[in-house]
Design a protein around this ligand. Structure first.
Ligand SMILES: *[C@@H]1O[C@H](CO)[C@@H](O)[C@H](O)[C@H]1NC(C)=O
Ligand SMILES: *[C@@H]1O[C@H](CO)[C@@H](O)[C@H](O)[C@H]1NC(C)=O
Length: 333
């Protein structure tokens, strides 16, 4: 009996430790003309225990540099490819042949994202078809990688209080189709959720401390739950919306969140560092959100670098690193 008890304790510890190291990822954006070579980037971040990246498009240099690194990656399709991926199965097969097959045995590709923040827009109608064709093409090659899409909070018409979360009338038909697909395949929905934007959009109602996950924040009651930060409230609003269109078991992965260091209201190194470090602690604590308690929230910070080819203002200032690989601020991975 005693031996069994010790074993149980050991396994409990392992189970608790493992996800902590796995929960945090980084968005590897490449819209800069001064960024370091992927091999240098990856060796530095590996030393810092970064276990996961997300790529917006299948960048060959980055994927090749990730070979045998032990770092896993979510790979996106470009939005312009959605229409042909949806309407021509052969294009989906060639996408898989070009971007997945050469890397699949050496890199842990954890998800394929059919498009990024396509809502609202004309291309959104192609997401379900692109997801289905990519999933079929992967399956035909005996590759078990989930297929999803990344959405922003703009898919919702109601996000407050979180229990009332609802897809907009425009988004509902396509989000229903997407949700049913994800539910049937046991695949996650990818969500880009920035507390920064509601805060600067409505500073008199959205407290800075609440957006920064500070202990001093006021709480929001939404029976039976209490929210002490805006990040959980945003994620749970999307869970509520997904539940209403047939996705009770669909898990959310937060593929983007972060805080800018310059270029706009409340954008500062101090606020960005506070947000990112509070967030890392929060999502790796195994506590989940009020609606989905008891596990880490799989989360990717935006972004690895300040990217100088993006529009001026906050857009260029989300990086954890300057292009010369000096940290903008220290994040506790
Ligand atoms: C791939 O990554 C996932 C998610 O991080 C992890 O659960 C799985 O064990 C990894 N597989 C391999 C072969 O490394
Ligand atoms: C890296 O770039 C930043 C921003 O341009 C600059 O402030 C810093 O001094 C640079 N660091 C090194 C080591 O060159």
């Amino acid at each position: 009996m005693e031996r069994v008890y010790v074993l149980v304790l050991v396994f409990t510890c392992l189970v608790n430790i493992h996800p902590v190291a796995q929960a945090i990822g980084i968005n590897y954006g490449v819209n800069g003309d001064n960024l370091p070579a992927p091999t240098n980037v990856i060796s530095v971040l590996k030393q810092r225990n970064v276990a996961k990246f997300r790529l917006f498009e299948p960048n060959e240099d980055v994927l090749t540099a990730l070979h045998d690194s032990g770092i896993s990656v979510i790979v996106g399709t470009s939005n312009q490819d959605l229409e042909t991926l949806a309407t021509d199965y052969a294009i989906a097969v060639s996408w898989v042949d070009s971007y997945v097959l050469p890397h699949y045995s050496s890199v842990n590709i954890t998800c394929i994202a059919a498009g990024n923040e396509v809502f609202p827009g004309d291309l959104a109608q192609y997401i379900p078809g692109a997801m289905k064709n990519l999933a079929a093409a992967l399956s035909a090659s005996n590759i078990a990688i989930p297929v999803s899409t990344a959405v922003s909070m703009q898919v919702l018409s109601v996000s407050y209080p979180p229990s009332q979360g609802l897809f907009s009338a425009d988004a509902t038909p396509v989000m229903t189709e997407i949700t049913e697909f994800l539910q049937s395949k046991n695949s996650p929905l990818l969500l880009n959720a920035y507390t920064y934007f509601p805060r600067v959009g409505d500073p008199s109602h959205v407290q800075l401390e609440y957006a920064l996950l500070q202990d001093s924040a006021d709480t929001v009651h939404d029976d039976p739950y209490t929210y002490d930060n805006l990040f959980d409230a945003m994620v749970d609003a999307v869970y509520s919306a997904v539940e209403k269109v047939g996705g009770p078991d669909v898990e959310i992965i937060v593929t983007e969140t972060g805080w800018p260091t310059d270029g706009g209201d409340d954008a500062s190194i101090e606020n960005a560092q506070t947000y990112v470090n509070n967030l890392i602690e929060h999502v790796t604590r195994g506590q989940g959100t009020p609606k989905r308690p008891g596990k880490d929230i799989d989360t990717y910070i935006f972004a690895l670098f300040n990217e100088d080819l993006k529009p001026e203002g906050v857009e260029r200032n989300w990086g954890l690193y300057y292009p010369n690989m000096t940290e903008v601020y220290n994040a506790n991975f």
